[in-house]
Design a protein. Structure first.
Length: 413
């Protein structure tokens, strides 16, 4: 029997996040063809593992970087650890997720083929000049840069000195059967009746990239016309306190369940419910009317894709990148909004400014408000789109994307 090749997956941690989920999924996807090893950087105490995975997991057990000296020390330690592990395990292919992991993967390169899984539009996500310089100098040393869509690939080539011949596109993949099982998982017996409410949901980290202050402002205006509307936000992040304060300034009644193991909302007393991190957001989709996605930028938005797989009607900002590729896959440029397709509705991208809570509604926000009111009055308009979106997403079934990964890895061996 031929010995399996050895695949190393490098990711800072396996806590909540799209990159983390994708890394864990890749381990499961490739476990039947490769000996899989996973390396994370941070201790389980700081970042407890949230996603199922397959393979041998090793953690360097680092703390988070609080200064430039911490970052340099952590980088040196990662390089040494990975170089030693790659030699000991005779790694054939090393795939990394997120910038810190890409840096460590390239710096520790031995004889294996290095693949960077690019999760975002680089030009929108670079945090500093030093990081931009690091990307330009290091990423071109990888054997392959796998972007999630063509816009992200073009951005990497155009703005970061990466050869087009060194890049490819590998989209996210999804296990439809598992998502369907989670979707059908019943809510707790004590969950309140929902028939009297119009329920909106967003799933994603609570950070600036998700633009959730726009979501709150839009919801506030919809609430005036539909007082039984309710908003669920599933996710955790550094903006939780800010968003609670912002909602308070909008005079929205917020229930914060982030620290509670019981995620049962009180719809009678609260209009906005912060669920915190939940392992199975899909079970909330059957009670939801619309999935609202207000991101300022994305790579490949898992949450939006999964809502479409569940046939939940989606409304999304046309941010870079991801939503357009999912909702309007044949459109290269849009100027007229809202842009309505068979799969959902796109709205103009938001800028990064956070308006005062009491500031007048923006023109971009008003487009959302008008559309949501329309779809609440005529829900059948969106129901068909949800079903068509579910059919469209079969392109991203795990078996289809697995063939792409296997082809790439075959070339890398």
């Amino acid at each position: 029997m031929q010995q399996k090749k050895r695949l190393l997956i490098i990711v800072p941690h396996l806590r909540e996040g799209g990159a983390q989920k994708s890394a864990a999924r890749l381990s499961e996807l490739m476990a039947d063809r490769f000996e899989v090893y996973i390396v994370t950087f941070f201790s389980e105490e700081l970042f407890p593992t949230a996603y199922a995975y397959k393979g041998e997991l090793t953690t360097i057990n680092q703390g988070t970087s609080k200064s430039i000296f911490d970052k340099i020390r952590n980088t040196i330690e990662r390089r040494r650890f990975l170089k030693r592990l790659k030699k000991e395990k005779n790694i054939n292919i090393a795939v990394s997720y997120m910038h810190a992991a890409h840096t460590a993967n390239i710096l520790s390169k031995t004889n294996e083929r290095t693949i960077i899984s690019l999760r975002t539009l680089l030009s929108k996500n670079v945090k500093s000049r030093i990081e931009a310089l690091t990307i330009r100098r290091l990423y071109r040393k990888a054997d392959l840069v796998a972007a999630q869509n063509e816009r992200a690939r073009y951005d990497a080539v155009t703005n970061f000195n990466i050869s087009q011949n060194q890049t490819t596109v590998i989209p996210n993949f999804y296990n439809f059967k598992t998502i369907e099982q989670n979707y059908n998982e019943p809510l707790p017996d004590n969950f309140p009746p929902t028939a009297a409410y119009q329920i909106f949901i967003q799933v994603g980290r609570l950070d600036k990239a998700k633009g959730q202050w726009h979501l709150l402002r839009i919801f506030k205006e919809v609430l005036v016309a539909f007082p039984q509307a309710r908003l669920l936000i599933a996710g955790e992040g550094e903006l939780r306190s800010f968003l609670k304060q912002y909602a308070d300034e909008l005079r929205l009644k917020v229930q914060d369940l982030a620290e509670n193991s019981d995620k049962t909302p009180d719809f009678e007393q609260h209009q906005v419910v912060l669920l915190g991190f939940i392992k199975n957001p899909y079970q909330y989709y059957p009670i939801s009317d619309l999935f609202l996605f207000t991101s300022l930028y994305e790579g490949f938005p898992n949450a939006l894709a999964e809502a479409m797989i569940c046939a939940l009607p989606v409304l999304s900002a046309d941010c870079a990148t991801g939503p357009r590729e999912l909702i309007a896959p044949n459109e290269s440029a849009l100027t007229d909004y809202p842009f309505v397709t068979d799969y959902g509705v796109l709205f103009p991208p938001f800028d990064s400014e956070i308006p005062n809570a009491k500031a007048a509604i923006l023109a971009e926000e008003q487009l959302w408000i008008t559309a949501i009111k329309k779809y609440l009055v005529q829900p059948e308009l969106m129901t068909r789109k949800g079903k068509d979106a579910q059919e469209r997403m079969k392109e991203f079934d795990k078996e289809n994307v697995k063939k792409i990964w296997l082809n790439v890895m075959k070339q890398a061996q």
